[in-house]
Design a protein around this ligand. Structure first.
Ligand SMILES: Nc1ncnc2c1ncn2[C@@H]1O[C@H](COP(=O)(O)OP(=O)(O)OP(=O)(O)O)[C@@H](O)[C@H]1O
Ligand SMILES: [Mg+2]
Length: 444
């Protein structure tokens, strides 16, 4: 039996409608009867979890009108049309227009039950596929094979379908926003807005009007009513980024909205309902902010029903190479360039390097590589962004010396001459840079 699925039955003849609804109910279906397309229309949208059975000839909009509407608004919802005896040309037309099945009047109970059962099976399959695809889409965007990332994926799968508040903790560029978006995409709120608010970016005054919105005339410059982010996010997900930098005065106001589920626009005392799911992101330890008095403990308790911690990339080095390779492909597609292959040496270098900018820094390095901003010099080439002038100059110097030595067959005296350096100085640099001189025959 297809649990959770529904049947809408549309028929203007009350006797036929009642009898059919009863037949379907006795067969175990969850059925609602309607006398017209208009009356049923409200219940039908793309996410309607069921099938529709409708008579073709109805007083207002016909079954064919309904079919056209469904193809438009709810293309995956199967529609079974019921035709009058001898209306076979109409039935053929209906099938052509995308009806799932048709039943000719008068019909036996078994025929109706069988048609509905098949259509519901089809609907269940489509819904299941959609859920699976969504899950894959949400999950697969999070790359990584470290135990830490595996754990994050599990947590997301568990809490995304709930309304529990989630606090995401992690360093800059670690992937906090990506996690927040995944939580939204894998939640039942996915078709409603995901509203991101940077709590550190706006001055206090503006922050309040941004968040709560205002009525016309609420303050100088408020010409038209404006809906705030909290109201926009209602039904969807509110992402509070850099929550640690939210001013205390606003923390109180936010807490009140979360507790009461209502808010007031500035300049209004009409409460508006706000059905919010809150995901917050913070750098550093929020308990420290509570301890030093810059963050309210009660608000923190509201926000961190579930905490997802994203360790810095340096603590999950297994993720580096898969992430980098993913970003190379991604950049190649974005810039319409070929995706470079990385050598074992580059792989080893990527793994060993420090990534203070975390995943974002890695992503930028992949972008540069695809754009060919760096030559394929291996290890060193990836380093340019984080190198100082001194480091880069030294690297250049080392390359020039090595090249000169190569040219002179390893004769340091000759190379020193060419480079217009004293022999002692050149020896000192060779030593400092650890250059291996092949076949040096000159004396020291
Ligand atoms: N595990 C991951 N898999 C795939 N992409 C990732 C992953 N983690 C981060 N990214 C990508 O790295 C970039 C930075 O991630 P994101 O913006 O989510 O970080 P953040 O923690 O919000 O950074 P900040 O603290 O600077 O706001 C984004 O392009 C994001 O898509
Ligand atoms: Mg971010």
């Amino acid at each position: 039996m297809t649990t959770g699925l529904q049947v809408i039955f549309i028929e203007d003849d009350e006797l036929v409608r009642r009898a059919s609804v009863q037949t379907l109910q006795l067969a175990g279906f969850d059925v609602t009867g309607h006398g017209s397309v208009e009356s049923a229309a409200r219940a039908i949208d793309a996410s309607f979890p069921g099938v529709i059975v409708s008579d073709i000839r109805l007083p207002g909009a016909s079954g064919l009108d309904l079919l056209a509407q469904c193809r438009e608004r709810a293309p995956e919802v199967p529609v079974i049309l019921v035709t009058g005896h001898g209306d076979i040309s109409m039935a053929v037309q209906a099938m052509r227009d995308g009806a799932y099945d048709f039943i000719e009047k008068p019909f036996a109970s078994e025929r109706l039950i069988e048609a509905v059962r098949r259509a519901l099976e089809r609907r269940a399959l489509v819904l299941e596929n959609q859920a699976l695809r969504r899950e894959l889409a949400g999950q697969s965007r999070i790359i990584g094979r470290s135990p830490a990332i595996e754990q994050v994926r599990r947590l997301i799968a568990n809490v995304a379908p709930t309304d529990a508040s989630v606090l995401i903790n992690g360093d800059t560029g670690a992937g906090k926003e990506l996690i927040a978006r995944s939580l939204h995409e894998m939640s039942p709120r996915r078709d409603k807005p995901f509203i991101a608010v940077n709590c550190g970016a706006l001055p206090e005054q503006m922050f309040e009007s941004e968040m709560f919105g205002y009525e016309a005339g609420a303050f100088t410059g408020a010409q038209k009513r404006r809906i705030g982010k909290l109201e926009h996010a209602s039904g969807g997900t509110l992402f509070l980024d850099e929550i640690e930098s939210m001013p205390l005065s606003l923390q109180v106001k936010l807490l009140r909205v979360l507790q009461d589920g209502v808010l007031e626009r500035l300049g209004s005392n009409q409460p508006v309902r706000a059905n919010l799911r809150v995901v917050a992101a913070a750098k550093g330890d929020m308990n420290e902010h509570v301890a030093d008095g810059t963050f309210r403990r009660d608000l923190l308790y509201r926000l961190n029903v579930v905490t997802i911690t994203l360790p810095p990339l340096n603590e999950r080095r297994e993720d580096i190479v898969p992430l980098f390779e993913h970003f190379l492909l991604d950049a190649a597609v974005r810039y319409e360039r070929p995706a470079p292959l990385i050598t074992d040496r580059q792989r080893a270098d990527l793994m060993q390097r420090d990534w203070p900018g975390n995943v974002r820094e890695l992503r930028n390095a992949a972008d540069r590589m695809v754009l060919g901003i760096l030559d394929d010099g291996g290890a060193a080439s990836l380093d340019i962004s984080t190198q100082s002038l001194k480091e880069r100059t030294e690297q250049f110097e080392r390359a020039v010396i090595a090249e000169a030595l190569e040219h002179c067959g390893g004769a340091v005296a000759v190379a020193a001459d060419r480079l217009q350096l004293g022999k002692a100085t050149l020896y000192e640099k060779i030593k400092r840079y650890g250059i291996v001189v092949k076949g040096d025959s000159s004396e020291r």
